[in-house]
Design a protein. Sequence first.
Length: 313
Amino acid sequence: MKKLIDPHGRHIHKLRLGLLDACNFRCVYCMPQNPKFMEKSKLLKREEIFRLSKALVKFGIDEIRLTGGEPTLRSDFLNIVRDLSELSLSKFGFTTNGLNIDKLLPELKSTKIKNINFSLDSLNKVGFHKMTGSSQLEKVLEAIFMAKELGFNVKLNAVLMKGINDREVNDFLDFSASYDIEVRFLELMRIGEARESFDKYFISAGEIIKRLEAKAVLAPVKRPVDSTSFNYELKNGAQVGFIASESRPFCGGCSRLRLSPEGSLRPCLMKSEGYSLVGKTEDEILELLYKTMALKPTDRIYEVSESMNIIGG
Ligand code: SAM
Ligand code: SF4
């Protein structure tokens, strides 16, 4: 199969697939507190998700991560996963807030999904509520442990906000060491809701690393060239990654495209343009794939007004 290479020589092979924009959390950095979600009729149907994904895989995509909004809120989530399990993928995963997935996990075991990224911004109830608007920390933690026990590759993602949860970094590292789970700290990004209070809450990966280095030795871990994170291991076994999208953008090695919940193929998280693939033939999809790749920026775009849940984070 011919590799998908964009005009700047980047090998494009990963797809973020947004299943819906709705969510049962209200993370302060992600969406407005009273959001208006898309009409269900606008969302891609299960059959169209499969048809478009199959075509994109035929043309060179080999990794898919489901996202949203909260992807597990789709009532046909399991069926979508089962459909996509038929595709030839080297990696298949999803990103979740973990709230309602306990019942799904045993069923997911019999699919090709292997990788689950849980968003977990705080390990204490007060902080968790402040960040997500939810008081269900315990339930999320139980789901994380269950996923780990069932043998999924589990990672935690925490968006760090100065003065809100940045003092929890060491707790997360202890958690990582105790449960053998990689924790990745995400820099707050200038996206949608987060733009207004960005300067107040942003803390760079460099600042966190400086704090950590004052107390512990961080041994760098080798990662693939198109990895969005740079990683370290600590003596106690903690595995920590940093996704420093603002201070250390990774556009030069980006290998990703996005399919939005209503079926628009988009070149970048930070770009609102894209081409709708809905109802298109395979030949048309291939043409639009190249047109979309041509839109991929080489440098970090400063900000985007759309909220993360709409773009599909
Ligand atoms: N609901 C799922 C979840 O929370 O994992 C999937 C969708 S969520 C939009 C995907 C990821 O985007 C989460 O890890 C979330 O923390 C991150 N995110 C959302 N808004 C962000 C922002 N302004 N800056 C950095 N990360 C953000
Ligand atoms: Fe929902 Fe995920 Fe956004 Fe939080 S980050 S509001 S869980 S979509």
